[in-house]
Design a protein around this ligand. Structure first.
Ligand SMILES: CC(C)(COP(=O)(O)OP(=O)(O)OC[C@H]1O[C@@H](n2cnc3c(N)ncnc32)[C@H](O)[C@@H]1OP(=O)(O)O)[C@@H](O)C(=O)NCCC(=O)NCCS
Length: 204
């Protein structure tokens, strides 16, 4: 199975909005009032219209060219956490493509982009009950506590270079081909296109 991770473009807006609705609804089934397709479409359209180069989004294309996941990065400029400069503001994969290392690979793209922008720290805010918290912890994120030492779902990497070090070069530079199940990288990097090609035995 082949996946491509590439930068999102404006033409992706309808597919991205559909994917955002589907993945968000699956992640938060108990939320009563869920954002509709129209809301997500408008949010993405406004984001692309107002682009100043400060945010970016990577999408994961599945075997038939359909979008199966995405991650968005933005600068983090709030005073509450002055030690952090970037935010992983969204990361979602369709359920049938989870736990196949795609999340790790998308994060590697986000980290590489931040580092290339001179942004060497990253924060994100999750629901503390969300299983994705285990994902961030597996990637070495630090739990961010409030003054009373309570955890509210905030995670941070104070030095993205340590996270970048967990990203094999093949995952983030040029293309890679990955055969078999997660983590078995066939060393056949391609230089002809700037994207990632991933082959796994996943059976979605
Ligand atoms: C969170 C998400 C992006 C992670 O991507 P993924 O491709 O599933 O994760 P990976 O396969 O790269 O996992 C890497 C490691 O993280 C840990 N991990 C990931 N998901 C986990 C889970 N649900 N429970 C426990 N550990 C988990 C594991 O250690 C895993 O390694 P392993 O599979 O070898 O054990 C994806 O699961 C997802 O889209 N979830 C639903 C949406 C969501 O919750 N988004 C975050 C909102 S804040």
């Amino acid at each position: 199975m082949t996946f491509i991770i590439r930068e999102a473009i404006a033409a992706d807006i309808p597919a991205l909005a559909h994917l955002h609705v589907k993945t968000w609804n699956a992640t938060y089934p108990d939320v009563q009032k869920k954002p509709t397709y129209e809301i997500r479409e408008r949010q993405w359209r406004e984001a692309f219209e107002g682009t100043d180069g400060s945010w970016f989004c990577f999408v994961v294309e599945g075997p038939n060219g359909e979008l199966v996941g995405f991650a968005k990065g933005t600068p983090y400029e709030h005073l509450d956490l002055p030690g952090f400069a970037g935010e992983l503001s969204k990361i979602y994969l369709l359920r049938e493509y989870q736990r196949e290392s795609l999340g790790r690979r998308v994060v590697c793209h986000v980290v590489r982009r931040f580092v290339s922008q001179g942004i060497c720290s990253m924060v994100l805010f999750a629901d503390p009950q969300n299983p994705s918290c285990r994902f961030y912890e597996a990637l070495g994120a630090e739990r961010l506590l409030d003054k009373a030492a309570n955890f509210h779902g905030g995670y941070g990497w104070r030095d993205l270079r340590s996270l970048a070090a967990m990203c094999p070069t093949e995952w983030v530079s040029g293309c890679w081909i990955l055969s078999g199940r997660c983590g078995m990288i066939a060393r056949r990097p391609r230089r002809d296109v700037g994207c990632g090609i991933l082959q796994t035995s996943a059976d979605p």
